[in-house]
Design a protein around this ligand. Structure first.
Ligand code: G4P
Length: 526
């Protein structure tokens, strides 16, 4: 294998959570350990600075939501870590789901007080679909949260994955004393708001070690011993296998704000997290160690400066070596393209890179050549699969307010939906344009961007649909169905037929009445 060393030292992952669980805080602590930033607060203040000074759109600034998925690359103990950030806001969940197609594992942050929340469950569903390995970090142990045993039960029941604690808390909230590491049998003492120091870590032989009695009071020591005995009885010694297969999630307890338990998490992460993995394509499985380069676009970020219509396409490298100024095959367009200024995102700065390896994510300047899901190769014709578009839940008809700007509107909506901001459907056999989104905020973003970037004014007319299903079946059945259900059948951008259901009842009825037709809730982008 030509690039074995480069591949084996890379880890590409995302931190995901329900908003407010502590994703940003944990990200910041990771970056501090990786030396990518120097001061606490840098990630947050960066956010604010970006909002105030750069070309981020006004809506985002007003609402203070991080719409963009960004990439942060840093080194930790000889491992090159690509951390893909995801927007927490649920209206942009699709963006997060797509980002998950570009990672090899995730760290899921759960709030110890709130437990598993709505967005946590949905994100986990996406991980399960792809068997993505998950490590869970139970955060905010400095607050009075749920009982840790109850939390483990809740994680298993709601996230539908077996869990295994690798660390265990001694109390919580005001009485939080620290964690016992079940993996390497050590105690880490909690020091609120202090930098973790070496003295806080005490290595033990067993849980019976007398030093525990000196570290904690009698009842805490007894509780810890009985908890650990119980846990050791229930769980087999930790093995990476089930975790790597996405069958079991190791659990850590800590407090991101206090930088507590984070190093433990990061140390274990670099040890057990999978290196860049093989990926399925329309033709065959592509192994990262192959000599020839391949990669796919999972995210397109508009340059929101209205004077420049260019965008940045985020490319995940899947095999071989990517080189600057080299021609690669753009499979969908069947043309060769090259990039003179590909970016890497080392330490949150953009740097031009000369080459990149499997697991890396690079930014490519794009003037409209890319769609989400596009594949680049060294000539071979395949595309990476498993990058679905999900069934939207809100539907509105796009109404042009200015007939003089029809062209701009058409172009704008096509480009924005290429970016994956929303999905565009066109009336079957007609010209009405219907936009499908997962959140209301996306409609506002579209309206704003159409006006400011394309000079096209539009309004939206709410439609009474609740789900879009891609339909397949033999030609005659499909033809009959679409003729009878004209008002409900639209086409997606690739010309695939989609049935829009008014309600669950309608959808179920149609499915019962038409067993010859298959209704799909996600579509592969291609
Ligand atoms: P997110 O990215 O998942 O949305 O969460 P974020 O890190 O922004 O954290 C949400 C809030 O939770 C923040 O407080 C943050 O300080 C707090 N937090 C994060 N980790 C811990 C922890 O371990 N313990 C406690 N007690 N709080 C924690 P905020 O008041 O919303 O923001 P800020 O004004 O403190 O920045």
């Amino acid at each position: 294998m030509k690039y074995a060393n480069e591949i084996s030292r890379r880890r590409t992952f995302a931190i995901i959570s329900h908003p407010d669980a502590g994703k940003t805080t944990l990200t910041e602590k990771f970056l501090l350990f990786g030396g990518a930033i120097q001061t606490a607060g840098a990630v947050k203040s960066n956010k604010i600075k970006k909002h105030a000074t750069s070309d981020f759109m006004e809506i985002e600034r007003q609402r203070g939501i991080s719409v963009a998925t960004s990439v942060m690359t840093f080194e930790y103990r000889d491992t090159l870590i690509n951390l893909l950030d995801t927007p927490g806001h649920k209206d942009f969940a699709e963006d997060t789901y797509r980002t998950l197609t570009a990672v090899d594992s995730v760290v899921l942050v759960v709030d110890a007080v709130k437990g598993v929340e709505e967005q946590t469950e949905r994100l986990m569903e996406v991980c399960r679909m792809r068997d993505t390995p998950v490590i869970i970090f139970v955060n905010k142990m400095d607050r009075d949260g749920k009982n840790p045993f109850d939390l483990l039960d809740e994680l298993e029941a709601k996230l539908r994955i077996s869990v295994q604690p690798l660390s265990w808390p001694v109390n919580m909230g005001r009485d939080f004393k620290g964690v016992y590491n079940l993996f390497n049998k050590s105690v880490l003492l909690f020091n609120p708001n202090q930098k973790a120091s070496d003295e806080d870590l005490i290595m033990l032989e067993t849980i019976a070690d007398k030093r525990i009695d000196a570290l904690f009071n009698e009842s805490d020591a007894a509780q810890l011993r009985s908890d650990v005995e119980l846990l050791e009885g229930v769980y087999d010694p930790f093995g990476e296998g089930p975790y790597r297969k996405g069958e079991m999630a190791p659990v850590f307890f800590g407090s991101a704000l206090n930088n507590f338990g984070v190093k433990d998490l990061l140390d274990t992460f670099v040890e057990i997290a999978p290196r860049p993995q093989a990926r399925p394509t329309s033709v065959r499985t592509v192994e990262p160690g192959e000599d020839r380069f391949s990669g796919f676009v999972f995210k397109i970020h508009a340059n929101l400066d209205p004077r420049h219509r260019d965008r940045i396409a985020f490319l995940r490298i899947c095999s071989g070596r990517f080189e600057r100024n080299t021609f690669y095959h753009h499979v969908r367009l069947d043309k060769d393209v090259r990039f003179s200024n590909p970016y890497s995102f080392l330490a949150r700065e953009k740097n031009v890179v000369d080459d990149a390896y499997p697991g890396d994510v690079i930014g490519l300047f794009d003037t409209g050549n890319f769609k989400i899901g596009d594949t680049l190769t060294e000539g071979e014709d395949f595309y990476f699969t498993g990058i679905p578009s999900f069934s939207p839940e809100l539907f509105k008809e796009l109404i042009n307010k200015d007939p003089m700007k029809t062209k701009q509107l058409e172009k704008g909506i096509r480009q924005l939906t290429d970016e994956g901001v929303a999905q565009l459907f066109t009336q079957h056999g007609g010209n009405r344009k219907i936009i499908g989104c997962v959140g209301d905020l996306q409609f506002e973003v579209i309206q704003y961007r159409l006006l400011h970037e394309y000079g096209a004014a539009c309004v939206f007319n709410t439609l009474p649909f609740y789900k879009a299903c891609w339909i397949t079946g033999d030609a005659q059945s499909i033809d009959t169905f679409t003729r009878f259900k004209q008002a409900n059948v639209v086409e997606d951008k690739d010309g695939h037929l989609v049935y829009l259901a008014q309600s669950e009842w309608f959808l179920n009825t149609e499915r019962q009445n038409h067993p010859e037709i298959t209704f799909h809730f996600t579509s592969e982008i291609h």
